[in-house]
Ligand binder design. Structure first.
Ligand code: SF4
Ligand code: SF4
Length: 411
């Protein structure tokens, strides 16, 4: 049986209950044994899970290429052939690493996504210059997906004043970009404007079950859906925050969804029928184990049910009671902090403390940071705030963590 016939027969045997749609056309799920679910997007079919190269495996302060190679091999073997990088990821080393690894595979066997850093663009020429540099770093001559990176209240003027869309459209017409989109961290008004200003192939939004209820993710989804712009999801597990649920939430999950881990529950939530405009979920995986678990969710796919929606709402309530800091550990703030404060690590330590109230662990982990990385060295310059896609007031939160540290008892 030819591959296409095999895929089609697999679709038939899956039955209507597993058919999803990317919001572009109907009946677009493709699934074969031991392979990840694929969804039709325009004229291609694409795996539902993409490898986000932002939180790569690290060893001695450098990207662990051997582990990363294993991850790419594992992904490719299961049909997960979408890789997402960006200029600034992993101190500008992510593009080089993924380019080096993907060089071993035929160019047409994978999809590569990259992004133009709006914050570095001060002229039209910068767009072209950065694009050329990115092609070189990734060792490719075109990008399948390419985005204006991180449109938000600080970067939107760079995007507009330097005609970024028009410049990228030229590259698309030359065949160097197959699909043109943007990633977004602004408010609903801004999303409506950006979507209506131009014709986009897709957009990339932060959506997960926590943001759906506590921030504007639901509204952002609805705007893109109404405009019929297909959606790629970023931060599906909120930078790993939804993998480390409070004990109470874990118990709810165990009771109601015994076959789920926190990660699989969060990923399946995004594939529910009421979010059919989503065609790809990006996960920033840091080791092979995480990748196996995430792939397994969509290799052995179970549809998310309406009843399970109630469970996610219960979990959200529990998380909200913890009073955690909404940091997704994207590390964008680290790029600009003149004092080298380890902001995501500090917030992670604090959030773990809020989840379990273990004073000794809080002290132990906080003390394990280098002195120069600690909150007390912050000079309140506010540069980090401009880069934070979550809109956190970082210096104020650092003071809060520092005060908590000083006030809790124990070693
Ligand atoms: S406000 Fe503090 S944490 Fe933020 S960039 Fe300045 S020194 Fe770094
Ligand atoms: S504080 Fe903001 S910019 Fe820094 S890692 Fe967290 S979410 Fe990212």
């Amino acid at each position: 049986m030819k591959r296409r016939e095999f895929i089609l027969s697999s679709i038939m045997t899956l039955g209507a209950s597993t058919l999803l749609t990317s919001g572009c056309t109907k009946k677009e799920i493709k699934k074969s044994d031991n392979q990840i679910l694929r969804i039709k997007f325009k004229d291609i079919d694409i795996p539902i899970l993409g490898f986000g190269c932002m939180r790569l495996p690290m060893r001695n302060g450098k990207i662990d290429i051997i582990e990363m190679e294993k991850m790419v091999e594992h992904a490719m073997a299961h049909g997960a052939n979408y890789f997402d990088t960006a200029y600034m990821y992993v101190k500008s080393q992510s593009e080089i690493a993924i380019g080096k690894i993907l060089k071993k595979y035929p160019r047409k066997s994978f999809f590569l996504a990259d992004k133009c850093p709006a914050y570095l663009v001060n002229s039209k020429e910068d767009v072209q210059k950065l694009f050329k540099e990115q092609l070189k770093k990734c060792q490719v001559d075109y990008f399948d997906f390419y985005m204006v990176h991180n449109i938000n209240k600080n970067s939107i003027s760079n995007y507009r004043n330097n005609d970024m869309y028009e410049e990228l459209l030229k590259l698309k017409k030359e065949g160097k970009i197959k699909y043109l989109g943007f990633s977004f961290h602004g408010d609903t008004k801004m999303l409506k404007e950006v979507i209506n200003e131009h014709v986009w192939d897709f957009c990339q939004l932060q959506i997960n079950y926590l943001d759906w209820e506590i921030t504007n993710a639901k509204e952002l989804y609805e705007i893109a859906d109404k405009a019929k712009v297909p959606i790629i999801v970023m931060e599906p597990l909120r930078g790993g925050g939804l993998c480390k649920l409070p004990d109470k939430a874990i118990n709810i999950l165990k009771e109601n969804c015994p076959n789920d881990t926190p990660a699989s529950f969060g990923l399946r939530w995004l594939s529910a029928q009421n979010k059919s405009r989503i065609f790809l979920i990006l996960s920033g995986m840091s080791n092979t184990q995480q990748m196996k678990e995430n792939l397994d969710t969509f290799v052995n796919y179970r549809e998310f049910t309406k009843e399970e929606e109630n469970i996610s709402s219960d979990i959200v309530k529990i998380i909200q009671q913890q009073g955690e800091i909404n940091c997704t550990a994207c590390k964008y703030c680290l790029e600009v902090c003149p004092r080298g404060i380890n902001i995501p690590a500090i917030f992670n330590i604090y959030n773990n403390y809020k989840g379990n109230k273990e004073n000794s662990f809080f002290k132990m982990y906080y003390n394990s940071l280098n002195d120069s990385e600690k909150a007390e060295n912050c000079i309140k310059c506010g540069l980090c705030n401009k880069n934070c896609p979550q809109g956190l007031d970082i210096p104020t939160l650092l003071t809060k963590v520092e005060d908590t540290y000083k006030n809790i008892k124990g070693k």
